[in-house]
Design a protein around this ligand. Structure first.
Ligand SMILES: [Ca+2]
Length: 361
């Protein structure tokens, strides 16, 4: 009797313990004598180098991995050493790590995760050449990324996230990237893909506006003209909205069609999106705090699960990122999370190991 009770409690612990990890780099696996028990920020180098977690706690969970040098062998090693884990490739839905070009892309640095202060190649991850970057930069013509053509053609690309070139979905780059990424996922043995920045539509902003200081979040500045699709003809704000909302879900649907219903496709949506091509969404935990927050998260998670299950009997999987321990204490986040996981058992607890404020429960 007593033994049964103990097993029951252990089972509950395991159900609650399903976790996702963001973000894994190949050298943390292949060039790390302490793998899998000690997985450290930037593989132990730099200011965040002593921030470490035990990777075995992600059994049955998901690793989001930079496709940089994550080969079939690396994926196999992760899945062998961390039982029943899945490895999905990171992809930025709105920016591309294109090659440096003095005229067209002077800010481009070819770093997959970009070059934000405090989160770059010297602080957080290893950079350098990789087959993924080489292939991406070979197949993707510069003209298919957004250009500011105010001062003539070919124009200059736009930096939205530091070091990366702005990309808006259109009829030409959508099939091109869907083909490239689906082949990459299948050829390298990834379990799927993580689309960073495929967000709740209200967060998409292509209105022409003036200054960031005035709350202007859009890349489209007043008195500038933009070409998003490389035809040399300026595209208006309305045309860009039209193109994005036509082709963004189409890109996800094309990916799904190519990689199959058993693979994972996650959108870091920061809210509701209910796209039936997805396996699920990822949201930062702090968005689910309080009465308004729990209702918002319930809408996002429940509706997404229904549309995921409705098409091809796909398995639902979503993630709540535990982060910003400075705004909600870790113990409080873990308490909210366990409550949510009891209600939404398909939701994993996410470790955001990139922003320097990670929490594990
Ligand atoms: Ca155009």
């Amino acid at each position: 009797m007593k033994i049964k009770v103990v097993f029951f409690l252990i089972n509950i612990q395991l159900t609650f313990a399903t976790k996702a990890f963001y973000i894994l780099f190949s050298n943390q696996v292949t060039n790390n004598s302490k793998w899998p028990h000690q997985l450290c920020q930037n593989n132990g180098v730099g200011p965040q180098g002593n921030e470490c977690v035990d990777a075995t706690q992600y059994e049955n969970g998901v690793f989001i991995a930079s496709p940089q040098n994550v080969t079939q062998d690396v994926i196999k090693k992760v899945k062998t050493d961390v039982k029943n884990s899945k490895v999905v490739a990171y992809f930025d839905f709105g920016e591309l790590p294109l090659a440096y070009n003095a005229k067209e892309c002077p800010f481009c640095k070819s770093h997959i995760m970009g070059d934000r202060a405090g989160r770059n190649c010297s602080t957080t991850y290893q950079c350098g050449p990789s087959p993924f970057l080489t292939k991406l930069q070979t197949i993707f013509p510069n003209k298919y990324a957004v250009h500011d053509i105010t001062h003539g053609l070919p124009g200059v690309m736009l930096e939205s996230y530091p070091g990366l070139a702005k990309n808006i979905w259109h009829s030409k780059n959508t099939p091109l990237l869907a083909n490239f990424l689906s082949e990459w996922i299948l050829d390298n043995g990834f379990d799927g893909i993580y689309l960073d920045g495929y967000v709740q539509p209200s967060r998409v902003n292509f209105n022409q506006c003036t200054l960031k200081e005035e709350g202007c979040q859009s890349f489209m500045k007043a008195n500038h003209t933009y070409d998003i699709d490389g035809d040399g003809v300026a595209d208006s704000s309305d045309e860009i909205y039209g193109s994005y909302f036509a082709w963004a879900p189409t890109f996800v649907a094309m990916l799904r069609e190519k990689i199959g219903s058993d693979k994972i496709i996650l959108a870091n949506s920061a809210g509701s999106i209910s796209d039936s091509s997805l396996s699920g969404i990822t949201i930062e935990m702090e968005a689910c705090n309080g009465d308004d927050g729990s209702k918002r998260c319930a809408n996002a998670l429940n509706a997404q699960k229904i549309v995921t299950n409705a098409i091809d009997k796909k398995k639902a999987l979503s993630v709540l990122w535990l982060t910003h321990s400075n705004t909600i204490p870790a113990t409080e986040q873990c308490k909210i999370l366990h409550k949510l996981q009891a209600e939404y058992p398909w939701v994993q607890a996410g470790t955001d190991f990139f922003d320097g404020s990670h929490i594990t429960c």
